[in-house]
Ligand binder design. Structure first.
Ligand SMILES: Cc1cc2nc3c(=O)[nH]c(=O)nc-3n(C[C@H](O)[C@H](O)[C@H](O)COP(=O)(O)O)c2cc1C
Length: 389
């Protein structure tokens, strides 16, 4: 059934007849500041912070802002359908929730609440390897909701294999492999507070609950949690991986595989050659390489290189419905939403995440209609102009 996302607007105005107003702002760019006021500096710094001076995160926003929509008139936008086909799945809108680790620092209901919100709105939830809740519990919360698993590709093959087996049997249908985090970047907001939740055993639930991980410990996790943390630190990421290693993932995962963190068209071509099913054009929200190309500047070149051969997804900087419009016009098939839903969770739990999804998609639906489009399928580069930087 086609969802009428823009109707959220009328729902808000109608509720207003009884004096009610939304609990959270409908301009999602305001959530970060509200979160800063309500949550502690450690968690807020971890979520809002970026690599270096934050220049990449700012560039992500600037690259989207710099592109301006050129609306078209008299094109019958009365009936609209936002649904798209992505990785063989039919989605009600070109949106999924990005993998964000350690959500318990934002809200005690953490990943299960975000997964429930995504399922309630019909949007795929991408669960991070660095979840604060074991994947099986998140799967249970997500019910029959679409769920994808994000892999931090561990040094230890058996742990990776075990994660893939567990994810498959818990109903995660697609695998997103994050390639841009073989090391943790220089992140001053976290460094200045010496704040890293993993060292306190937060964000390690998938590892601590894993039989292959546990097999590498001298004592059970609860008897020697510090040793478990150190074991995690030693295997979490692997800067030694190269393209041929992808064959291991292909052998151990029979669903779609998507490479997250692709910015160069040649890397996107290599993804095609390696038999991958998709890429996420992403710079991790500016959290990894300070001074990196803005994700929206990288997107058109990647889409042009491989868009007809695999699914091109996009994240890093999406805050509003018009950002979504622009990313799709630049060649993305769908976008992942990152920080805004983490703020929604922090401010109002599951309801906050649902609010964020509904605002974003209502605004996207209205932007499409007001610009002369009845669905994402007609968007293209000609719908934008680029202001000089
Ligand atoms: C607090 C935080 C934690 C994140 N954790 C992960 C993660 O565990 N795995 C991953 O692939 N990406 C992770 N990301 C990156 C997101 O998936 C996404 O690429 C990024 O948030 C997009 O940038 P934006 O939020 O500024 O739009 C994280 C991002 C944030 C803000």
């Amino acid at each position: 059934m086609t969802r009428h996302w823009a109707d959220f607007q009328y729902e808000i105005y109608l509720n207003g007849m009884t004096g009610a107003v939304p609990r959270l702002p409908t301009d999602l760019t305001r959530l970060e500041q509200l979160t800063e006021q309500r949550l502690g500096p450690g968690p807020v710094g971890y979520v809002a912070g970026s690599a270096g001076t934050g220049s990449t995160a700012r560039a992500n926003r600037a690259a989207l802002e710099r592109r301006r929509i050129v609306p078209r008139m008299l094109r019958d936008v009365h009936e609209r359908d936002l649904s798209v086909e992505v990785l063989g799945r039919s989605l009600p809108a070109p949106l999924a929730l990005a993998p964000i680790g350690v959500l318990s620092i934002m809200h005690p209901d953490a990943e299960p609440a975000a997964a429930r919100a995504a399922a309630a709105q019909g949007v795929p939830f991408v669960l991070s390897s660095a979840s604060s809740t074991p994947m099986e519990q998140v799967a249970e919360a997500s019910g029959d909701g679409e769920r994808w698993f994000q892999l931090y590709w561990a040094k230890d093959r058996e742990v990776t294999r075990s994660f893939l087996t567990r994810a498959k049997s818990a109903g995660f249908t697609a695998l997103l492999v994050t390639l841009d985090t073989p090391l943790l970047a220089w992140r001053p907001r976290d460094l200045d507070q010496a704040y890293l939740p993993f060292l306190h055993g937060v964000g390690t639930a998938n590892y601590f609950s894993d039989p292959a991980f546990q097999a590498g410990l001298a004592k059970p996790v609860h008897e020697d949690p510090d040793a478990a943390v150190m074991h995690f630190v030693g295997m979490f990421a692997d800067p030694g991986k190269t393209w041929p290693d992808l064959a291991f993932l292909r052998e151990n995962w029979d669903g779609p595989i998507v490479l997250k963190g692709i910015l160069h068209p040649d890397d996107a071509r290599r993804a095609v050659d390696a038999g991958m099913d998709g890429v996420v054009v992403s710079n991790h929200g500016g959290r990894q390489v300070a001074g990196s190309v803005a994700a929206a500047d990288a997107l058109p070149r990647v889409a042009e290189a491989v868009g007809d051969r695999l699914a091109v997804l996009f994240d890093s900087g999406i805050r509003t419905g018009d950002d979504m419009f622009k990313a799709l016009a630049l060649g993305a098939r769908a976008v992942l939403l990152g920080r805004p839903y983490a703020y929604g969770l922090g401010l109002d739990g599951q309801a906050g995440v649902e609010h964020v999804i509904r605002c974003l998609l209502a605004e996207f639906d209205l932007t499409l209609a007001l610009s002369g489009h009845a669905g994402p399928g007609t968007l293209g580069i000609d719908d934008l102009i680029e202001e000089s930087a």
